[in-house]
Design a protein around this ligand. Structure first.
Ligand SMILES: Nc1ncnc2c1ncn2[C@@H]1O[C@H](COP(=O)(O)OP(=O)(O)OP(=O)(O)O)[C@@H](O)[C@H]1O
Ligand SMILES: [Mg+2]
Length: 364
């Protein structure tokens, strides 16, 4: 799939405009602070309504303004459509072909992107929640039912937690929420187990490509709702496990068992990468995970996601950069990247692609 046009209005420092992108490589070049990351960020937000930089949507709106929007024309194997997202202080609205869609599940998943940004190191070094977000974002690209189940789970767990917190919970009331939680948890856990297995196989090969060493790496889902051999529990076992926690949950005032406690465990030489991986090892791990996810989306969706690479010069050394372009720059995917141009020699030939020179929020 590819993004044909990008229209931004009141988005950060970007001058209101529509730009036409190449289906191949698009390179945004410019000095610091001109708006390169803002262009890439706007595309990420167009895809999911969320940014890779901040969770505060109010930051997107140009200073002094009250609203902003991002629209784009997307071409995929299933045809083309226009999608967009608008923000007003605390409100977010989604549009498909100019019709408002009220549920995020009906919007997300139509424009799949995989981002490479300086903050990605958190995928290895950050909290379990950072890794769960990575799984959830890309599972939503692969399977729309996953997103539905996840949203239903999150709603239920939020309600259950607020009941536990206010002390108004008893076993009967918990059982009602637990029924939804067990059903959705079972689905989510099974999908995550499968995803972790597929990533594991791919990452083992890819890691060698990026690190140049034959280190043993692995990816595994650690969950209370799997058996000792890593298989998801049956529906009955899942419900039982969740219900068994009720007494302790009432005591502690919080939900203790479920996918919100899962960990995507990454190891190098059987040691936890979060605690022990070096900077370089972490970078190679992140790149391997991201490429593995691109391959997975391509296999399961039969369409290529858009690849966004922010600040490639600052982030990657020449060796890793070359290794990355070898894998993604074969001309089949739309790649949108930014850099200051100092070491752009190792980026792929632009060929039929486009070069955007970014200055003061404008591009030409
Ligand atoms: N809400 C906003 N309204 C107006 N300007 C903003 C807003 N948010 C950020 N900016 C400005 O946008 C400018 C460009 O930011 P951006 O991160 O895109 O730069 P960049 O070209 O990627 O720079 P670098 O090479 O340093 O990464 C910054 O100067 C920033 O202050
Ligand atoms: Mg930047």
């Amino acid at each position: 799939m590819h993004l044909e046009t990008l229209t931004t209005y009141n988005f950060r420092n970007l001058i209101d405009s529509t730009i036409i992108l190449s289906p191949g490589i698009n390179l945004f070049l410019g000095r610091n602070g001109q708006g390169k990351t803002n262009f890439l960020e706007s595309i990420a937000i167009l895809s999911s309504g969320r940014s890779f930089r901040t969770t505060r949507a109010a930051d997107f709106i140009r200073w002094g303004e009250r609203e902003c929007s991002i629209f784009g024309k997307v071409n995929s194997d299933n045809g083309s459509h226009i999608q967009g997202v608008a923000f007003k202080k605390s409100e977010k609205e989604f549009f498909i072909d100019h019709e408002k869609v009220s549920l995020s599940k009906d919007y997300i998943g139509r424009l799949s992107i995989v981002t490479f940004t300086p903050a990605d190191i958190q995928l290895v070094k950050g909290t379990p929640a950072d890794r769960r977000r990575f799984i959830d974002k890309h599972m939503a690209d692969i399977d729309s039912l996953y997103l539905q189940k996840l949203l239903a789970f999150q709603r239920a767990i939020k309600n259950k937690n607020s009941m536990l917190k206010t002390g108004g919970a008893d076993h009967n009331k918990l059982a009602a929420w637990n029924q939804i939680i067990a059903e959705t948890s079972r689905f989510i856990t099974a999908a995550r187990v499968e995803l972790a297995r597929e990533l594991d196989g791919k990452v083992r090969e890819l890691y060698q490509h990026f690190s140049g060493t034959a280190s043993e790496v692995s990816v595994r889902l650690v969950s209370a709702l799997t058996s000792s051999d890593g298989e998801p529990l049956t529906a009955e076992e899942t419900a039982e496990k969740i219900n068994q926690a009720a007494t302790r949950e009432i005591k502690f005032g919080v939900s203790l068992v479920g996918p919100h406690r899962d960990e995507l465990q990454l190891t190098i030489h059987s040691k936890d990468a979060r605690a022990f991986a070096s900077q370089g090892e972490s970078r190679s791990f992140v790149l391997s995970l991201k490429i593995a996810v691109i391959e997975l989306i391509e296999r399961r969706r039969r369409d290529t996601p858009i690849v966004l690479l922010d600040d490639v010069d600052a982030e990657l050394d020449t060796g890793r950069k070359r290794a990355l372009f070898e894998l993604i720059g074969d001309g089949r995917r739309q790649v949108i990247l930014s850099g200051t141009g100092e070491s752009m020699q190792s980026t792929p030939q632009l060929g039929g692609g486009r070069l955007f020179t970014v200055q003061d929020g404008g591009s030409e």
